[in-house]
Design a protein around this ligand. Structure first.
Ligand SMILES: Nc1nc2c(ncn2[C@@H]2O[C@H](COP(=O)(O)OP(=O)(O)O)[C@@H](O)[C@H]2O)c(=O)[nH]1
Ligand SMILES: [Mg+2]
Length: 330
């Protein structure tokens, strides 16, 4: 990975950004060093998660929001996380003409991350991509993901504002309760209002929301009706997003969400670090012997894990000592 990549990303170079995004997704050597030069420049973008069932209209709505924010001269990053592979077939913006329209707009940077084959790398790639777009100076980052449970990263833990898109149809409301979506959603969007019975869904949703005890100053999720294919309701949705953003700002919750994001990233980095370190001490047959002990019932996973971590800490301690030692000598 070329070392000037990060500087190019910081100057807004989309080709460099695309390269770095693939670099972190594929764990290309050097990509994480490049990322280290990105971190001092993050924390300014506003992150909007757009989630919901396939076909609910997330991509069409995302396209509408892009149009709205562009009129306000905001720069946009879009990340589509799709288990199938998002953009082929023009899925994001609904039709090719609109896709082309934004394809030529250098203030709209769109990347898709296919979840197939990415597995454990997905969370890291998503957060990394957010950081890259943030550091490029994008004002708003829209992250489209298929609803809860199907993807590794839970977008509600990453976004500042989470939209849950539903349609007038059976089953949605019940599913919501199960997945804990009610608690995690900031704004509900009932799309395809042209199909009728959106009001019924809204009433159901209101009933469900009213069954919860809301502490007096807590955010109560808004419900917005849209017809995304006709670009109807976009302004109301944007206004609700702005209202939520204001709430987050006023209450200090925005800072907390940013902290939460970094905590998630820290914990994932620790996990990766521990896994890599275990692989590092596994010369000889250390792990094999532990597992053998488990198979023979001489030890249990709790005890074996403790033993492994103790060994890890001791090895890391020695590494640290010899480094200190080396430094003193030099
Ligand atoms: N009738 C109707 N169809 C819509 C509306 N919004 C989106 N669609 C259609 O629903 C389909 C799925 O939309 P898409 O945005 O790709 O959904 P996604 O899978 O959630 O991203 C497409 O054929 C859209 O044209 C709407 O408001 N009304
Ligand atoms: Mg889509």
């Amino acid at each position: 990975m070329k070392s000037e990549l990060a500087s190019k990303v910081l100057s807004g170079d989309t080709i460099a950004a695309a390269k770095l995004i693939s670099g972190i997704a594929d764990e290309v050597p050097g990509a994480f060093e490049e990322m280290n030069r990105i971190y001092p420049h993050i924390g300014k973008a506003y992150i909007i998660g757009v989630t919901g069932a396939p076909g609910a209209g997330k991509s069409t709505l995302t396209g509408n929001l892009i149009g709205y924010f562009r009129k306000e001269h905001l720069t946009i990053g879009v990340i589509a996380i799709d288990p199938t592979s998002a953009f082929t077939g023009g899925a994001l913006l609904g039709d090719r003409i609109r896709m082309q329209k934004y394809g030529e707009d250098r203030d709209v940077f769109i990347r898709s991350l296919a979840t197939r084959g990415l597995q454990g790398g997905l969370a890291k790639a998503t957060i990394g991509t957010i950081h890259i777009m943030d550091a490029m100076g994008k004002d708003i980052i829209l992250v489209e993901t298929v609803g809860s449970g199907q993807i590794e990263i839970d977008i509600t833990r990453v976004a500042d504002t989470t939209l849950f898109v539903m349609t007038p149809g059976a089953g949605d409301a019940i599913q919501m309760m199960k997945a804990g979506i009610l608690e995690a959603t900031d704004i509900f969007v009932i799309n395809k209002a042209d199909k009728g019975s959106a009001d019924i869904v809204k009433a159901d949703l209101q009933t469900m929301l009213s069954m919860r005890d809301w502490p007096p100053d807590e955010w109560q999720p808004g419900i917005i009706l849209t017809e995304a294919i006709h670009d109807k309701g976009t302004q109301e949705l944007a206004a609700e997003i702005a209202r939520h953003r204001e709430y987050l700002n006023k209450t200090g919750e925005l800072k907390k969400r940013k902290q939460g994001r970094l905590k998630l990233e820290l914990m994932e980095t620790v996990e990766r670090f521990v896994r890599d370190s275990i692989a590092g001490i596994d010369h000889g047959d250390y792990l094999a012997r532990l597992i053998d002990g488990l198979v023979k019932g001489k030890t249990n996973p709790q005890e074996a894990a403790r033993q492994l971590v103790r060994r890890l800490v001791s090895d890391l301690g020695q590494m640290g000592n010899s480094r200190e030692h080396g430094r003193k000598k030099a």
